[in-house]
Design a protein around this ligand. Structure first.
Ligand SMILES: NC(=O)c1ccc[n+]([C@@H]2O[C@H](COP(=O)([O-])OP(=O)(O)OC[C@H]3O[C@@H](n4cnc5c(N)ncnc54)[C@H](O)[C@@H]3O)[C@@H](O)[C@H]2O)c1
Length: 251
């Protein structure tokens, strides 16, 4: 058992499915107490039933400040103060600059960026009561480069990157580390139906698995004690550069 996680209280947003569900299962297997917070009530409750004693479900829309207060209160009543917050909830929206619906743009920013800010703000008193801890914000390779037709998503993840670095500075002297995860394409419901050729030109030419991201998350929560405001990329080399170039030799 990873001693760094035994009885540690972790709140994972978007924990009902996809990567969040994998994080919740593996963290509990390592002895942590996990709050699975999500809008997906049925999936979330089914997951905590499957996991057993170390997990509890909290209905949370990350864009709702009052719901955040309730989720933190439920966490403290059930397991005690929050030691680690994983802002993993997110939505992906498709649309070019001209075609994207304004409501969809605003909603994407609201969930992916404002939601993480509301979460950090709400969890902070609890993290202090825990005597410090850490926050991991889940961004994306879309927080490192641009992707045509995903402007809202890209903007939300670049924003989250800036917010994370600011939070890391503000909280550094309180023993609270704040770091970023940047997954590339990972096999979850979020990217189901996206182009099958997504990874053809990627150096490691396969879709990643959620457990590969969980491994990095566990490292960040337990071992990365000298890292704050840092960015950890799990993308099969997607952001490395072009695998092949057609440039001819000069001269
Ligand atoms: N799958 C990928 O290829 C990929 C790549 C890079 C980054 N990410 C990021 O990883 C995170 C997890 O994504 P995933 O791939 O597991 O997707 P997913 O769609 O399977 O899971 C996302 C979860 O977030 C929840 N959620 C959405 N809006 C919410 C809200 N307002 N309040 C609370 N919960 C909400 C959903 O209900 C769902 O359970 C997201 O932040 C996503 O942007 C995913």
């Amino acid at each position: 058992m990873n001693q760094g996680l035994a009885n540690q209280v972790v709140l994972v947003t978007g924990g009902a499915r996809g990567m969040g569900a994998e994080h919740a299962e593996e963290l509990v297997a390592l002895g942590a107490k996990v709050v699975v917070a999500d809008v997906l009530e049925r999936e979330g409750r089914a997951l905590v039933d499957k996991i057993g004693q170390g997990a509890v479900f909290a209905h949370l829309d990350v864009t709702d400040a009052d719901a955040w207060k309730r989720a933190i209160a439920l966490t403290e009543d059930t397991f005690g103060p929050v030691r680690h917050l994983v802002n993993n909830a997110g939505v992906l929206t498709y649309g070019s600059l001209e075609s994207l619906d304004e409501r969809a743009f605003r909603r994407t920013i609201d969930v992916n960026l404002t939601g993480a800010w509301l979460g950090m703000r709400a969890a902070l008193p609890s993290l202090r009561r825990a005597g410090g801890g850490s926050i991991v914000n889940v961004a994306s390779t879309a927080g490192l480069i641009g992707y045509a037709h995903f402007g809202a998503y890209v903007a939300s993840k670049w924003g989250l990157r800036g917010l994370t670095k600011t939070a890391a500075l503000e909280l550094s002297r309180e023993g609270i580390r704040v770091n970023l995860l940047h997954p590339g394409p990972i096999r979850t419901p979020m990217i189901e139906g996206l182009d099958a050729h997504l990874v053809d030109t990627q150096p490691i030419d396969r879709i990643g698995e959620p457990h590969e991201v969980t491994a990095m998350l566990i490292f960040l929560l337990t071992e990365a004690t000298y890292s704050t405001g840092c960015e950890f990329v799990i993308d099969g080399g997607a952001t490395l550069g072009q695998l092949e170039t057609r440039a001819t030799q000069p001269g």
